[in-house]
Design a protein around this ligand. Structure first.
Ligand code: SF4
Ligand code: SF4
Length: 368
């Protein structure tokens, strides 16, 4: 990593208006999950605006502390909700990261992930394709299931539960010969052209199967197809998060006696505005009692696992998750709908009395 040089901030130049609009009011301090743990101004949106402006104006070098603070953002978007000036904080942070990466400042943990995606098409460096790993051949079908790297290679219980539900509901579906959706690369600042190569490969593969609708069990992959891919490609197929798909079904579920709460993943909630569908699915379960945490829907607290923070700063990520798990301590079960949230919340629950942490898909499969 190059040390202490100013950088050419060509991506930050595109968001200069955002940087100039920040009034440094500090309202973002009241919600930022990172600031709540680090407690130091550069670790909140206001500080990241100052650092980004400094990089843009070549007033500060890209020294290790600047790199660290710009990479400690989970891209949860909660500050944008709170910001009176409606600053696109996540765009600024990701623009700064692209400039840092272009100048040779990629964090070693992130470089390892990027190298794996380039070598194998998945973020874990696994040699087998998604269909080989899931033990199914892709075929022409109405519904395609985009499993994502994590549910394929690490949390296979989630992909198995999703496939099981599609089977139980008698759908005409197929697995997809997918590669990484590009989410992690985009979050950590990899050059847009590199990321778009992944998008193009996935879109062409899905079209070749004549799929009409693609269903996702990962909130991060879903956000990419819902928000990012359409900026460059005419998809030619519908995209749905699995909770949107399930909310449209008349599910006949066995009862579940217990108090549950629902954690809104940032990628699904604040980024894609999917709040009610998961709750509608939970409401289809007889006898269940859904009680909300004080921070829910657009005010939901981040689990701490996103934006490349978990891979680069696992202790920070875990500390943020601990706080979210504590907020759910009045329940028997903490339900969410993203493998990253499930994993990070489980890390936050380690060694403490906590509710069971479950992906909604696995709960539905158990009761269907
Ligand atoms: S709330 Fe918005 S305007 Fe205020 S300091 Fe934070 S980013 Fe800047
Ligand atoms: S996106 Fe989230 S983590 Fe990043 S500055 Fe805003 S509130 Fe903090």
């Amino acid at each position: 990593m190059k040390m202490s040089e100013t950088i050419d901030a060509k991506n930050l130049r595109k968001v200069k208006k955002e940087l100039m609009t920040c009034t440094y009011c500090g309202f973002c301090k009241s919600v930022c999950p990172v600031f709540q743990r680090v407690g130091w101004d550069p670790s909140v949106a206001r500080g990241r605006m100052v650092l980004s402006y400094g990089l843009l104006q070549k007033e500060i070098p890209a020294d290790p502390s600047v790199v660290e603070y710009l990479y400690q953002c989970t891209t949860c978007k909660d500050c944008e909700r709170r910001c009176p000036s409606k600053i696109a904080v996540v765009d600024v942070v990701e623009s700064a990261r692209r400039d840092l990466v272009a100048a040779g400042h990629m964090l070693p943990k992130h470089k390892a992930i990027v190298d794996k995606v380039k070598a194998t098409g998945n973020a874990y460096g696994e040699g087998k394709s998604v269909p080989e790993t899931l033990g199914r051949e892709p075929r022409k079908a109405k519904i395609g299931y985009f499993a994502g790297c994590t549910a394929t290679y690490r949390d296979k219980a989630l992909s198995s539960a999703t496939l099981s539900i599609l089977e139980k509901l008698g759908e005409d579906f197929t697995v997809l010969d997918e590669i990484c959706c590009g989410s992690v690369l985009q979050r950590i600042g990899v050059d847009e052209e590199e990321v778009e190569k992944l998008w193009k490969r996935n879109v062409e593969m899905i079209r070749s199967l004549g799929v009409e609708k693609v269903v996702f069990s990962c909130a991060g992959c879903y956000r990419m197809f819902k928000e990012e891919y359409p900026k460059r490609f005419e998809l030619g197929f519908e995209v749905q998060h699995i909770t949107e798909y399930l909310a449209g079904k008349d599910l006949k579920l066995r009862p579940f006696k217990g108090v549950v709460t629902y954690h809104d993943p940032c990628h699904l909630g604040r980024h894609c505005h999917v709040y009610e569908e998961p709750r509608r699915v939970l409401a289809m379960i007889p006898d269940i009692e859904l009680r909300e945490m004080p921070r829910n829907r657009d005010t939901a607290a981040c689990c701490g696992g996103g934006g490349g923070v978990r891979s680069a700063y696992p202790d920070l990520s875990k500390a943020i998750a601990q706080r979210r798990v504590e907020e759910a301590s009045f329940t028997d079960m903490l339900v969410t709908t993203c493998p990253f949230c499930v994993n990070n919340l489980k890390a936050g629950a380690e060694g403490r009395k906590a509710p069971e942490i479950v992906d909604l898909v696995q709960l539905v499969d158990r009761l269907l």
